[in-house]
Design a protein around this ligand. Structure first.
Ligand code: SF4
Ligand code: SF4
Length: 74
């Protein structure tokens, strides 16, 4: 997948709304550590359905969606 979602994600869900390829999943860990002041959900996750269309980039105002460079894939 050409994009990943980093820890800047506030789980607003905007990217999942615009992704017509159903490539964005909510975070799976539902446990929140309130002692650390976490107010939002876990970062969303881009799955293998991602085509790289880039539509999600335009709506992610926290800048949490990053392009994955080839040399970063292990
Ligand atoms: S990746 Fe961006 S648009 Fe998607 S849920 Fe996280 S903050 Fe919202
Ligand atoms: S790049 Fe396109 S297909 Fe991939 S997660 Fe974003 S909107 Fe969905």
């Amino acid at each position: 997948m050409p994009y990943i979602i980093n820890n800047s994600c506030i789980a607003c869900g905007s990217c999942a709304v615009v992704c017509v390829h159903n490539a964005i999943d909510t975070g799976y860990n539902q446990t929140k550590d309130v002692s650390k002041g976490q107010e939002f959900g876990d970062p969303f996750i881009i799955n293998n359905n991602c085509t790289g269309c880039g539509e999600c980039l335009a709506v992610c105002w926290p800048g949490a969606i990053e392009e994955v460079r080839v040399n970063q894939i292990t």
